[in-house]
Design a protein around this ligand. Structure first.
Ligand code: C2E
Ligand code: MG
Length: 631
């Protein structure tokens, strides 16, 4: 208005100026025009004023409508035929209606500022608190609880509705109370019991995360959501590094406590709707239902890796651990559930082989490796069926005389396209894909049949040692296989030795002492292979029925020039002899090594210097030559 006034004053001055310089006729015309303009301006101002007045009237009516609504809401709230309460995020009662106050046997003033969970029976308090917490985060819910109503307990069904607080930033919770009849209450209890059973069947008892079954169902559901909405999804596999060490050294109780904490940290790192599952042992998996970008996914996996390497403060001690993480994505890596699980696993495996504490994203390179592994696996199965495995033999010499006194059976694969393959390239795979028992049986039968034939050709004191993997020992099938082969061939059990590595004997959880004792009872001997690398002690050895140890090549290769290797080998030979255990040195390649071993009193040796491993058809002539070379 002020500006408007100033403008008018300016216009009047301009007008006076003009009048001084214009003729009388001109003066009349121009004052007419000015009057018209002023009239128009007046009309515009009037229109503006009346529109503002309309606005004001509208606002006033809205405010009074709001007041009316609020009043009506308050009336409804206060006089509703069912109990209503308003609770804040601290679970304190802010207001109650008369029905609720009457039900709780108190006045609204007395009830104000008290905690709602105090009005339910103690058993139900925790569950109600959790539901209230959720409601104050915006999540509506229902719960059946027994409430304390004027000295009685009454079964009720509570509906928890989030309502915006007055600042519109957080939520309060509006609770409605409906009492339920005893019949209905027992129906509810039945439903609760069913829900509980369902929860038990789908959750891990230790961590309360989804279990493997629930994880598969969630993946299925998340995949169909991603398909319908054209979203990306990620499957993360996680495995704790050195968990076995924690379990073994600090005990299972600490291990369990650690797993519970790991689960808690993982849950913190995902959004509602994502799934965190414990698949077993220290193996966890996460489904990220919606991947918004590569960077977002990288941030999640990296933050999981980081949070796992923060020391865990457990009840009695602090434990430091790290995690290996593998990730793959739908639909980039695959659209199939089975593939996604396989690819995330492959990525995890790769992350482990990189030394752990890292995130490995599934890549094309990994896909190629996986495909070649799958091909090898199928070749392996065909190879066993087609009899493509041969047993080769490396002689074991008595150092005192140089005579061959035994043979070690070493498997070779005649691969149809790749030629002869050494065991290091396929034993692990055979273990992983569950064909090691079949392969082990083939080697056992072949090598025993060869030994029997050699015995028949005059080498009847020759012994045979066979390498056995941990998987063969875990299932107790080995004892039956050995017994069967001894029966079938008529071989003297004393001449058969089973070689097991230290790791298998002392670290593998499933290796049963019973199995070892049964083998001993059959009459076969037990040999510890690669002795010295697996941190076993003679004390542990004494408790097992062991008759021979094989010093690992890594020590033998150090003698006679590395003083540490010399001391270790000397000590092993001396203690083993005191305990009545024979010692074989593996991987003898030089005369200097041979002389050192002979000097320290080692009983037996094998290695390229003495004889290479040879195929079954060549072993007889090796034996004949050895015998002929003796005076
Ligand atoms: P191992 O039981 O320690 O066998 C000795 C390995 O050392 C053999 O390798 C042998 O060829 C090699 N070797 C022998 N003399 C020398 C030497 O002077 N210098 C060096 N550098 N090496 C020598 P191979 O045949 O490749 O076998 C590797 C491993 O595969 C074996 O180690 C054993 O653990 C496993 N293996 C072999 N055959 C079988 C089998 O039938 N079943 C199972 N479960 N494992 C087997
Ligand atoms: Mg061996």
């Amino acid at each position: 208005m002020e500006i408007e006034g100033r403008r008018k004053t300016n216009t009047a001055t301009e007008k006076d100026d003009r009048l001084l310089h214009e003729s009388p006729r001109q003066n009349t015309d121009s004052s007419k025009a000015s009057l018209e303009r002023a009239h128009e301006e007046l009309l515009a101002i009037q229109a503006k004023l009346s529109s503002q007045a309309r606005e004001l009237r509208k606002c006033r009516s809205e405010v009074s409508q709001l007041r009316l609504n609020r009043g009506r809401y308050n009336d409804l709230f206060l006089s509703a035929p069912i109990g209503f309460l308003l609770v804040d995020r601290f679970q304190q009662i802010l207001s109650v209606n008369s029905k609720a106050a009457e039900f709780l046997g108190s006045s609204s003033t007395c009830l104000a500022q008290t905690l709602l969970p105090l009005y339910v029976v103690p058993d139900c308090r925790k569950a109600l608190s959790l539901k209230l917490e959720r409601a104050c985060r915006g999540e509506a819910g229902d719960i059946q609880v027994r409430m304390l109503s004027g000295g009685r307990t009454v079964s009720t069904s509570l509906r928890l509705n989030p309502v915006k607080d007055h600042k519109q930033t957080g939520f309060l919770c509006q609770v409605s109370i409906v009492t339920i009849s005893e019949n209905r209450a027992s129906e509810m209890q039945l439903k609760n019991a069913r829900d509980y059973l369902h929860h038990l069947a789908t959750h891990d008892a230790l961590t309360d995360l989804s279990n493997r079954r629930e994880f598969y169902d969630s993946l299925e559901a998340s995949l169909s959501y991603a398909r319908r909405n054209a979203k990306k999804l990620a499957v993360i596999m996680l495995d704790l590094d050195r968990f076995k060490f924690v379990n073994d050294s600090l005990g299972h109780e600490v291990g369990d406590e650690l797993l519970i904490e790991v689960a808690r940290r993982l849950k913190q790192k995902v959004k509602t709707g994502d799934t965190v599952a414990r698949l077993g042992g220290d193996e966890f998996s996460i489904i990220i239902k919606e991947v918004t970008s590569e960077t977002a996914l990288d941030n999640v996996t990296e933050s999981i890796r980081q949070i796992m390497s923060i020391p865990f403060k457990l009840k009695r001690q602090e434990v430091s651990i790290s995690a290996s993480i593998g990730v793959c994505q739908y639909p980039v890596d695959s659209v199939h559930k089975k593939d996604l699980l396989k690819y995330a696993d492959a990525a995890l495996y790769k992350s482990k082989s990189r030394g752990g504490n890292c995130v490995q994203v599934f890549s094309n390179n990994l896909r190629l490796k996986l495909e070649s592994r799958v091909q090898m696996e199928s070749d392996l199965r065909c190879g066993i069926q087609d009899d493509d495995f041969d047993t080769w033999f490396q002689p074991v010499h008595k150092l005192e005389s140089g005579n061959i006194v035994g043979l070690e059976a070493l498997v070779r694969w005649r691969h149809p396209r790749q030629g002869l393959i050494a065991p290091a390239a396929f034993i692990g795979l055979a273990e992983d894909c569950g064909v090691i028992e079949k392969l082990g049986k083939v080697i056992l039968e072949q090598s025993c049949a060869n030994l029997v034939s050699l015995h028949a050709h005059g080498f009847n004191t020759l012994s045979l040692s066979i390498n056995v993997s941990s998987h063969q020992l875990q299932r107790d099938i080995l004892v039956r296989q050995v017994a069967d082969v001894l029966n079938a061939t008529g071989l003297d059990p004393k001449l058969l030795e089973i070689e097991l590595t230290e790791a298998v004997l002392f670290n593998e959880p499933g290796v049963s002492k019973l199995c070892l004792s049964e083998l001993k009872a059959i009459g076969v001997k037990l040999v510890v292979d690669n002795f010295g690398v697996g941190f076993s002690s003679f004390n542990k050895l004494r408790r097992l029925p062991i008759s021979k140890i094989k010093i690992d090549q890594s020590f033998v290769s150090g003698v006679p020039f590395d003083p540490d290797a010399c001391s270790i080998v000397k000590a092993i030979v001396s203690i083993a002899q005191d305990l009545g255990i024979a010692v074989v040195s593996e991987g003898v390649e030089t005369t200097a090594q041979l002389n050192f071993l002979t000097d320290v009193g080692c009983d037996l040796a094998q290695g390229f210097l003495l004889s290479n491993p040879v195929c079954a058809t060549a072993i007889e002539s090796t034996l004949v030559n050895n015998r002929a070379a003796k005076p």
